[in-house]
Write a protein that binds this ligand. Structure first.
Ligand SMILES: NC(=O)c1ccc[n+]([C@@H]2O[C@H](COP(=O)([O-])OP(=O)(O)OC[C@H]3O[C@@H](n4cnc5c(N)ncnc54)[C@H](OP(=O)(O)O)[C@@H]3O)[C@@H](O)[C@H]2O)c1
Length: 286
């Protein structure tokens, strides 16, 4: 079930069932440029319904920027942070979460993710996540960069109905998750969060073959190519996207994708212009 709030489509976020906007906000490298502009960009995004904010202990000072942007609007936001694999032991996960809470100036995370699989057993990390849930320091937990076989193993450790999301690389030119990861997540009620939805720095060039297809569809909807890309990636009810924008203008542009619906013909043209390709041996990640 989806609903529109202020033009932004929201959907239940996996097992949490909480309504979360289809388009959220990434924060990797957001601390590298003009901090005031970054805060203004995130605030503009929140104003326009992009209340899902993704950050991580790995992203330098990004958590501090998020804290400044969210300020008194904590209850309106859905904040996600991530523990580094090198910290994801039974105790290390708890300590890392407490550090993130402090930097984010909040008492809880809406969702806490294992950034990618590392040296600690899933049993240890899941036990720590569950302890954090019991303590009210996180409201749900999930993973990132997990392939279908990793998810099978995780399900065996955690049991059904515990994994909120899997955050994975997904953009027009990298559709590998459509083979096994999205079907796995849909079968188990796990939200899929598309990271680097513009390909990080690889968005199709205007005038290239794919760029021209995007431009044609964008023109027909009075939209931009990036809005079309976001609408394509979130065409399935299980998928959310978290583009990163460092300016209020870019944030506003991205938020408007939250009420763009593509036609079947648009989707077919994009499928053709940006083919899914064969399933790779391992899950691509940045
Ligand atoms: N879990 C993981 O392992 C993982 C890995 C990578 C990323 N992530 C998450 O996913 C988020 C998004 O991915 P990403 O930061 O790699 O890249 P991205 O969102 O695919 O692309 C960001 C780039 O697009 C530009 N941009 C954004 N909106 C635009 C607009 N409306 N018009 C023109 N340009 C626009 C940005 O420029 P400006 O900055 O100038 O606005 C930036 O150069 C990250 O920030 C992070 O939160 C997670």
């Amino acid at each position: 079930m989806t609903k529109q709030t202020g033009g932004m489509t929201q959907r239940p976020f996996g097992m949490t069932q909480r309504p979360v906007p289809v388009i959220g906000q990434g924060t990797w490298y957001i601390d590298h440029g003009d901090r005031a502009a970054a805060v203004a960009a995130l605030r503009k995004g929140i104003d326009l319904g992009m209340t899902h904010i993704d950050t991580a202990e790995m992203y330098g000072d990004a958590e501090l920027v998020v804290a400044d942007a969210v300020d008194s609007r904590r209850d309106q936001t859905f904040i996600v942070s991530k523990v580094l694999p090198s910290n994801a032991s039974r105790r290390g996960t708890i300590t890392a979460c407490e550090r993130s809470l402090k930097r984010l100036r909040t008492d809880r995370l809406d969702c806490y993710l294992l950034h990618w699989r590392g040296q600690y057993s899933l049993t240890e990390t899941v036990a720590a996540f569950e302890e954090l849930v019991t303590a009210g320091k996180i409201l749900s937990w999930g993973v990132s960069n997990f392939d279908a076989d990793d998810l099978d193993e995780l399900l065996g450790v955690a049991g059904a109905g515990r994994i909120a999301c899997n955050q994975v690389l997904y953009h027009l030119q990298e559709r590998a998750i459509e083979h096994s990861v999205i079907p796995w997540c849909e079968a188990h009620g796990v939200a899929v969060v598309a990271y680097s939805p513009f390909g990080h720095n690889e968005f199709p060039q205007p005038g290239s073959a794919g760029g021209r297809v995007l431009e044609t569809i964008a023109r027909a909807h009075g939209a931009t190519p990036r809005q079309v890309a976001l609408a394509f990636l979130t065409r399935r009810a299980s998928v959310f996207a978290i583009p990163k924008a460092s300016s209020a203008g870019h944030a506003a542009d991205n938020a408007a994708a939250g009420h763009l619906t593509l036609t079947k013909d648009d989707i077919a043209a994009l499928e053709k212009a940006f083919p899914r390709g064969k399933e790779p041996r391992s899950l691509p990640m940045l």
